[in-house]
Ligand binder design. Structure first.
Ligand code: OOG
Ligand code: NI
Length: 316
């Protein structure tokens, strides 16, 4: 319901944002992703055609520059205002990245109905820790982020509009960033675009087993990220993930050069029922009985879905 409820400690009234607004925002964020990433569309079409079950999104992921107000907070604000809650931090020291994930207000509540329903997706937002990069790379990034100014507060709007909040990048800057961090180069040209969405494998029909799904996708020509093996499994075994290799798109740089750059990819996640709930019958199992959250070891390899090693694009 959208009823007003009173916040006990502040005495202020807190409005619970309507779920339809959240769903509209999420589908608006997916729209440009679906126009730019044919592999994601092909994978979704294959699943819809062969699976028979609902296709729900486990999470949405974004990348940011952690500087000048352009970082995680720029993208998370709209989700926090919509009632999402911050959960855990993940750190990737070698990549100079950190990430936070956010759970929806009705976290894990199964909603009935069509594939547009199911639980609202988790949100995963990472940022590159700019002050840990070389001074040359920092200078390049700050040249763009400083021009983003207060418009970076509208990161979600930029995502929906498929636009950057900074000036069109120069090709030389893109190449310079790629040498030190492919993540930074990706973020320079893709901004707050949806980096990937993730299919909730355990909610599918006949393909509700990630190894079976991986085989099915590969047999049908979808190239999967092989970094550390196709299947990424958390140490507790409960979170199993795989992802496609990012599509490449043509990008027109500031000097008019047209080059191929990596765009986005699609991920697949199976969350197993927690051992303490192993006695439940299949029809009693809800999302909250399953392994929640993310895993640094898995994520570290999933980040590589946009790397030139995986996409086969030449490093200059
Ligand atoms: C995010 C990679 C990590 C996950 O589910 O652990 C990830 C990225 O490529 O930006 O998606
Ligand atoms: Ni992910």
């Amino acid at each position: 319901t959208n009823a007003l409820r009173t916040t006990a400690d502040s005495g202020q009234q807190e409005v619970q944002p309507p779920v339809p607004l959240m769903r509209s925002l999420l589908s608006a964020i997916v729209r440009p992703y679906l126009t730019k990433n044919p592999t994601a569309v092909a994978a979704l079409d294959l699943i819809r055609k062969h699976d028979g079950g609902p296709v729900c999104y486990d999470h949405f992921a974004f990348r940011t520059f952690g500087v000048d107000g352009c970082g995680i907070d720029a993208m998370s604000q709209v989700f926090l205002d919509l009632g999402y809650k911050v959960r855990d931090e993940l750190r990737f020291p070698a990549k100079k990245l950190r990430a936070l994930w956010f759970s929806p207000p009705d976290h894990l509540l199964d909603m009935d109905g069509s594939e547009a329903d199911g639980p609202l997706p988790r949100i995963f937002i990472s940022e590159i820790i700019v002050n840990q990069l070389s001074s040359e790379t920092q200078e390049i990034i700050r040249r763009y982020t400083s021009k983003s100014g207060s418009i970076s507060k509208h990161a979600a709007t930029a995502s929906v509009l498929n636009s950057l909040t900074w000036p069109t990048p120069h090709l030389s800057d893109y190449h310079a960033l790629a040498k030190e961090s492919e993540y930074a180069a990706w973020t320079l040209v893709n901004g707050y675009a949806l980096n990937h969405t993730t299919v909730s494998v355990h909610r599918l029909g006949s393909l509700r087993n990630i190894e079976k799904l991986n085989d099915f996708l590969q047999e049908n020509g979808i190239k999967l990220n092989s970094e550390g093996g196709i299947l990424k499994v958390s140490p507790d075994g409960g979170l199993q993930q795989s992802s496609s290799v990012a599509d490449t798109v043509t990008f027109t740089f500031a000097g008019g050069e047209v080059e191929q750059v990596p765009a986005s990819y699609i991920e697949f996640a199976e969350r197993l029922v927690l051992p303490i709930h192993s006695d439940l019958d299949a029809d009693q199992i809800h999302e909250w009985h399953r392994r929640d959250g993310f895993e640094v070891g898995n994520a570290d390899k999933i980040f590589e879905s946009t790397s030139s090693d995986q996409t086969g694009m030449r490093n200059r």
